[in-house]
Design a protein around this ligand. Structure first.
Ligand code: DHK
Length: 163
């Protein structure tokens, strides 16, 4: 009995690896923004999906959204030494931000880039991603379910890193 409670205490005191989920500009408008492309789920729904999936895989999350490129860069930098991985939907900064790409390269963590829509079926200007240069993997076109798939893939990457 004593041994079992000691085991429970040991297991419950292990801190789960932290996955930081970052969302770029206009993703705060999910649910009302062009629903025919982005769907009707809100960003709160996406956070709940990420939290649920993370918990199932023994991960913790810090879920954030910003409309500002500088804030995104700062949040990425803060992941170094704090997080086990980054899931990022850079939204409008995908095609423009060398600064976010450089920050992701600097933190030296597994990175999964997510887009709700299939950017390759959309306008030409959405096809090129600076962020992909720093990403371990990319998921696009699967709606908000892509975040849950990214979390699942991240669990594997984190486990590999721990081995
Ligand atoms: C979201 C955006 O805001 C766009 O700028 C990208 C991406 C596509 C998405 O599909 O999640 O081009």
């Amino acid at each position: 009995m004593l041994a079992r409670s000691a085991l429970f205490l040991a297991e419950s005191s292990v801190t789960p690896p932290l996955i930081v989920v970052l969302n770029g500009p206009n993703l705060n408008m999910l649910g009302v923004r062009e629903p025919e492309k982005y769907g009707t789920a809100t960003l709160d729904d996406v956070e709940a999906l990420c939290a649920e999936t993370a918990e199932a895989f023994g991960l913790a999350i810090d879920f954030r959204q910003t409309n500002s490129e500088g804030e995104l860069v700062t949040w990425v930098q803060e992941c170094r030494g704090r997080a086990a991985g980054i899931i990022i939907n850079p939204a409008g900064y995908t095609t423009t931000s060398i600064a976010v790409m450089d920050a992701l390269l600097a933190v030296d963590l597994p990175v999964i880039e997510v887009h709700i829509t299939n950017i390759h079926r959309r306008e030409e200007f959405r096809h090129h991603s600076y962020i992909s240069k720093a990403a371990t993997g990319v998921i696009c076109g699967l709606g908000v379910a892509g975040y849950a798939l990214a979390m699942r893939a991240m669990a594997d990457l984190v486990e590999q890193d721990e081995e």
